[in-house]
Write a protein that binds this ligand. Structure first.
Ligand SMILES: [Cu+2]
Length: 384
């Protein structure tokens, strides 16, 4: 009904206009001229304004492009702080207490209770380089190693002692994430349970958006689920969590925070095993000649893989993708541990020496993702 009435009025107006056609044509010509004159005047005015702005920009030493970049907060090229440490880096590295890489024992009992209290804290990530982390369990990044046996029930309680909401996502769990991995508000606690039915080494991390920022700020760790039928014997077992750091300052004069543009463009300043650049070069992991050493490796990222390789030997066993239900690969040189994934490696080293373990993506070695397995008591320094 409404449509009909509108059409009706339009038809009536057309009919009315039919009698004054010449008058409308004259009016249209005048209107057209007026529009053309206005357009010419506008072009002249805009040109003058552009010229004036360009002159001002030149006088100020800037360009139109840089002004635009500042507005859009894209200030390429981004500044790298790679390799910038405090003075006396060697002394600082020696004084730094290396994060223990030793695999902790499996707690007894059917139920394993894990309680992490999240805390905003400054940690050292390279000699004299400090960073503002959001840390699981208040001891920096990575968070504590959770070690359970297949079939045990894990009861996880997250207490948020930080300033913003956080959560915890266990890759070892089969559970509805919208319920178990939900955001926990500051000052609150949340508990959930899952049964560890899938053996392997898994990542856990904060899953609160933007996840890139929460992982980059140190919210990650490893959970190891031992297969119930056991593993081949190993003499030494170490856990390595690879991750990278993106700094908005050098972290020396004052603690750095996250540079999200660098995280998005993958311009890491430091790349680490267990959160601190080169810590196991200064404080090597150890083995005796003839012993088998097992590495449980997680690549926490947020973005980088770990291309795990031990210089001077070959993996006797490599459980690629931490698939502990299948036989391991043998005689493998380098294995990609994908960001968000894990793998397990055995090496039996007979000869005394210093055996570097690296991500064989060597840009990451340059940024700190290298350590040493010291077999016996070798003399002299390492090759890598
Ligand atoms: Cu978080």
């Amino acid at each position: 009904m409404t449509t009909y009435q509108a059409s009706d009025r339009y038809a009536a107006r057309k009919t009315h206009g039919g009698g004054g056609g010449v008058g409308y044509m004259i009016l249209a010509v005048f209107l057209g001229l007026a529009v053309a004159i206005l357009a010419i005047v506008s072009v002249v005015l805009v040109k003058e304004a552009d010229d004036a702005r360009d002159e001002a920009a030149i006088a100020a030493g800037t360009t139109d492009q840089s002004a635009h970049q500042a507005e859009s907060n894209v200030s390429l090229p981004l500044q790298s702080f790679a390799g910038t440490t405090g003075e006396n880096a060697e002394e600082l590295a020696l004084a730094h207490e290396a994060t223990s890489a030793v695999l902790p024992p499996v707690p007894a009992g059917e139920l394993v209770k894990v309680h992490m209290t999240l805390k905003d804290m400054v940690v050292e990530i390279a000699p004299g380089v400090r960073y503002n982390t959001w840390a699981f369990d208040g001891h920096g990044a990575p968070g504590p190693v959770v070690h359970v046996r297949e079939g045990q029930m894990v009861e996880m309680t997250l207490t948020n002692g930080g300033a913003i909401p956080h959560s915890i996502d266990f890759h070892a769990a089969r559970i509805a994430p919208n319920i178990a991995f939900k955001d926990v508000a500051p000052g609150e606690s949340f508990t959930f349970r899952f049964r560890a039915n899938d053996p392997g080494v898994y990542m856990y991390h904060c899953g609160t958006k933007p996840v890139l920022a929460h992982i980059a700020n140190g919210m990650y760790g490893a959970i190891i689920v031992q297969p119930k039928e056991g593993m081949p014997a190993a003499d030494n077992e170490y856990v390595l969590v690879g991750s990278e750091w993106y700094l908005n300052g050098d972290g020396v004069s004052e603690p750095a925070s996250l540079d999200m543009n660098k995280a998005r463009t993958r311009l890491a300043d430091w790349v680490t095993f267990n959160g601190y650049a080169n810590q196991y070069v200064t404080h090597p992991l150890t083995a005796d000649p003839g012993e088998t050493t097992r590495f449980w490796v997680v690549a926490a990222g947020p973005t980088n893989n770990v291309n795990f390789h031990v210089v001077g030997t070959i993996f006797d066993r490599a459980w690629v993708n931490s698939d502990l239900k299948s036989p391991p690969q043998r005689g493998v040189q380098t294995v990609v541990v994908p960001a968000g994934g894990g793998a397990v490696f055995d090496v039996k080293v007979d000869d005394v020496g210093l055996y570097p373990f690296v991500s064989h993506a060597f840009a990451d070695v340059d940024l700190g993702q290298v350590g040493l397995l010291k077999v016996g008591n070798p003399k002299g320094g390492s090759t890598h």
